[in-house]
Design a protein around this ligand. Structure first.
Ligand code: PLP
Length: 426
């Protein structure tokens, strides 16, 4: 029989020869060069049975933890009946999920289009605002977004994202995109004009390094859009479904967008599922040709059954409230780190269970992440700012699990400080 070491070698070789050798090197470097075997709640188990506490949460996917029974059961039941749609008849799980989203999203958001990822949701949202303006014979070529934003890696989503490292190799991107500094309401207002189709914003910038905007920023964006006749898109792919301590990231500012993009936690950690949700006014342009935007797998019954079960559970279990409570515990525990290690930690910030620890540079962040990996706590840096280690556990994380992670983080930072001092010394 194949030993576990042989199995690992075989998987690594397949990564190197058939997936991407760079990815395999990156996993090894970060200390996660093992095979993930199974997962439950906040824990992931490797091929040798070692348990890892998941403080990355699949970049925000696992609001309900790994493999939540309520979602898996709903998917199994749908699987028995009919996994995929005929695409000609009414699809009940899709209809019910769209109605539920209309009920729980803010403002007048009413119609949903389902897709398979966050980037696809952003693509759809951008197309929708363009179609809306064109249907009114308005020529608005401009889209305003923010520096360091992350909206996905398909061409349109990348065009409104902010990190040059990911953008430049794919130029030319879609034209007419203007980037302004995040959190600066005056810069945003100055950029939004009669040529602007839409402004797209994350209520808290996730991949930029967990950047929380000043109070009133989202309201100011709403006002700037209304004054110019532009539409407002909130990308809640990462901040949605309770992550920030409210059901929606935009609830902190008490403001609603014209279009909201969703994914990650929407599929309950069991199925890939994304959506863009918009007002009836915006959706008018979709009715004359209902196939103007479509997707073979988008809204499939399996994914929507997962979404329905997941969204109901997130609301019923008040996971937003839990995120606020555990987020406060986590923040309280790490806040002192900055005073303890001022030469190592530049900032600590976040909202709910979306928390960022900013180190003084990328190498120090890498060392700290590797230390956490060696103690079997899963964390990662933010994609558009590798100096920031994100803490983003499932929203069902217990107080004991937060305590455990805090102990490991304290140790990891202390050991990183010793290592940095030793390297500096000689
Ligand atoms: N929008 C935001 C705010 C995100 O954080 C992400 C992914 O991290 C995306 C869009 C892209 O989602 P996906 O990776 O599912 O395409």
């Amino acid at each position: 029989m194949e030993s576990s070491a042989e199995r690992l070698r075989r998987v690594v070789a397949a990564y190197e020869q058939h997936v991407n050798p760079g990815l395999s090197r990156l996993m090894d470097f970060m200390g996660f060069g093992v095979i993930e075997e199974r997962a439950e709640g906040c824990w992931v188990y490797d091929h040798e049975g070692n348990a890892y506490l998941d403080f990355l949460g699949g970049f925000g996917v696992y609001a309900l933890g790994h493999n939540p029974r309520v979602v898996a059961d709903a998917v199994r039941a749908q699987l028995k009946r009919m996994p995929m749609s005929s695409r000609l008849m009414y699809n009940q799980p899709q209809a019910e999920l769209a109605a539920l989203l209309a009920e729980i999203t803010p403002g007048d958001l009413q119609y949903s289009f389902f897709c398979n990822s966050g980037a696809e949701a952003v693509e759809g949202a951008l197309k929708l605002v363009r179609l809306h303006h064109h249907s009114r014979s308005e020529d608005r070529p401009k889209i305003v977004t923010t520096l360091e934003a992350f909206h996905g890696k398909t061409l349109g989503a990348l065009s409104v994202s902010g990190r040059e490292k990911y953008r430049v190799p794919f130029a030319p991107l879609i034209p007419g995109v203007v980037h302004v500094p995040y959190g600066d309401a005056d810069a945003l207002a100055a950029a939004v004009d009669a040529d602007t189709a839409a402004v797209i914003l994350e209520p808290v910038q996730g991949e930029a390094g967990v950047v929380v905007p000043p109070e009133g920023y989202l309201r100011a964006a709403r006002a700037a859009c209304d004054a110019a006749g532009a539409k407002l898109i909130f990308d809640e792919v990462q901040t949605g479904f309770g992550r920030t301590g409210h059901l929606w990231g935009c609830d902190h500012d008490g403001v609603a967008p014209d279009v909201m993009t969703l994914a990650k936690a929407l599929g309950g950690g069991v199925m890939p599922l994304g959506a863009f949700v918009a007002t009836a006014e915006l959706w008018e342009c979709m009715a004359p040709n209902p196939l103007i935007h479509s997707s073979t797998w988008g809204g499939n019954p399996l994914a929507c059954a997962a979404g329905l079960a997941a969204v109901r559970a997130i609301v019923e279990q008040d996971l937003a409230g839990r995120a606020a409570e555990r987020g406060a515990q986590l923040m309280e525990g790490i806040r002192s780190l900055r005073e303890q290690y001022p030469g190592l930690i530049a900032d600590i910030r976040g909202r709910g269970l979306l928390v960022g620890v900013e180190f003084v540079d990328e190498d120090v962040a890498g060392l700290a992440i590797a230390k956490l990996a060696s103690e079997r706590v899963l964390v990662a840096y933010t994609l558009n700012n590798p100096t920031v280690m994100r803490l983003e556990p499932p929203l069902v994380v217990s107080a004991g699990e937060v305590e455990h992670a805090l102990g490991v983080i304290q140790r990891a930072v202390a050991e990183t400080a010793d290592l940095v001092a030793a390297l500096a010394g000689g």
